[in-house]
Design a protein around this ligand. Sequence first.
Ligand code: ADP
Ligand code: MG
Length: 569
Amino acid sequence: MTKLFNDPATFSDDMLVGFLDAFSPWVVGVPGGCIRAQAPAAGKVAVIVGGGSGHYPAFCGVVGPGYADGAVVGNVFTSPSATECYSVASAAHVGGGVLIMAGNYAGDVLNFDEARDRLRSEGIAAETLYITDDVASAGPDAIEQRRGIAGDCIVFKCASAAAEAGYNLDEVVRVAAKANTVTRSMGLGLDGCTLPGAPDALFHVPDGKMGVGLGIHGEPGISEEPLPSAREVADLLVDRCLAEAPTTHSGRIAVILNGLGATKYEELFVVWGQVAKRLRDAGYTIVDPDVGELVTSLDMAGLSLTIAWLDDELEQFWRAPANTPAYRKGGIDLAGNRREVQATHTASSAVSKGSTAAQELANKAVEALDAIARTMRAHERELADLDTVAGDGDHGRGMVKGSTFALEAAQAARDHGAGIGGVMAAAGDAFGSRAGGTSGALWGAGLTAFGQVFDDQADSFDPSLAVTAIRAMRDAIQYRGGASLGDKTMLDALSPFVDALTAALPDKGLVTAWTDAATIATQAAESTVALRPKRGRARPLAERSLGHADPGATSMALALTAIASISTD
Ligand code: ADP
Ligand code: MG
């Protein structure tokens, strides 16, 4: 259990306060996460790592000389927003460009790529790289779909050392990509973890069993098998990693045996004894192994093995000194002047007033957002449970946070006289930057696109604009997320809704057409039980998801239905 917290909703913020205090010689907080307390030499490439929290020491624990320049810190198991990533990256930037790295998860990719694009639009050279070390998450023919687990650390470390050595951005990216290409991990789950405030673990592994192919966000293993001795566990991990050895290599490897949180160091050393023997028997030289907690999953029990096949360049960077809160190697002083950090992220621009007609519609939009926020609160648990089947259990919390912050922002804009366009822009911004996760980014983009259809200076609005707007929302979600109909996503509820509304509106009034279309969206969301997810975090556990509705489609149908209920009042 995760037992110590003040309010589950502020767990990661409260965690960060204590972390920053405890390690103040190394790190300072900035909006969205932290950066090194001492500025590195001007012109150095800034290496930013990140993702949701719950993985300590990943990611904030590895900020310091020789390692990362900054870490973006999201809510537990939830991708930080693009705004948070942008904020940390611009605070860490010292003129040499930025490399942003994370494990390969849809939410992180969406948000970090957007942060990269924002940096570029300001003339800052920026790149992203997503780590794909987990052999259990997709086959060798689909390596680009694999997720990132403890192998993150080898890629982060080598790229960071290259940046420290003065490599330019292109070269740092080259080193990171090379390290990712030669790194493989395999994990086992022995029991699930509990999100702060949740009554029970996301899942349990029955006694005497192990989940083979764990995820690090509380995703259960891909298959369940009898739990053998520690020696046989070691053999399984070694065999699965060595099966993907490159055809030619130097025989020198970096190795991590990573504990997930509840598995003790002593147990790891028992397993390591056999891992090391097997690797040496296979003719390998083990270079600077790490046995301990590097990427955890709250209090999950389990472990993973990571092997990286080194060439001279990677070995030099893997062995290079680093001095961070949680990872220290060799000796580096914390030299230099302490940074005076100023918040780099400024509040959104002033609201411009809308016409009377646009303000009337803005009131409707606020009512609709209020209905969405209420329905998300009422269904939080159900959405969390659906997301636990093959995802990470954060969808309920994410939708509650996103819709609540969107409503607050919309109310504030409305109170300042904004029209519907301004109100929806504020709502989209707040949803995207505060909810986190894949669905947060997509809902944010969708609401923003919805608002862009309206001209806030117009004297009147045709009801058909509602259809244009909801279609714009659908198109934006499709464009940002790249999913197609049938991929088992929120689009599988939204798209049938848009089609039904478009077909019905000429004959029925907007209220009736919307209500009927919402019924169709609800049925469509229920029909996703028969689909296998092809996108997002649920994809590696696609079989498990069969027979359960998609969480994002379910919340979409709930939202559309909630709006129908207000418009009939
Ligand atoms: P995360 O997967 O980052 O934890 P959430 O749990 O909040 O995010 O949301 C999961 C939902 O997001 C899924 O159920 C699915 O409906 C939706 N989703 C995931 N990937 C995509 C995508 N590429 N396009 C559209 N919707 C997506
Ligand atoms: Mg999720």
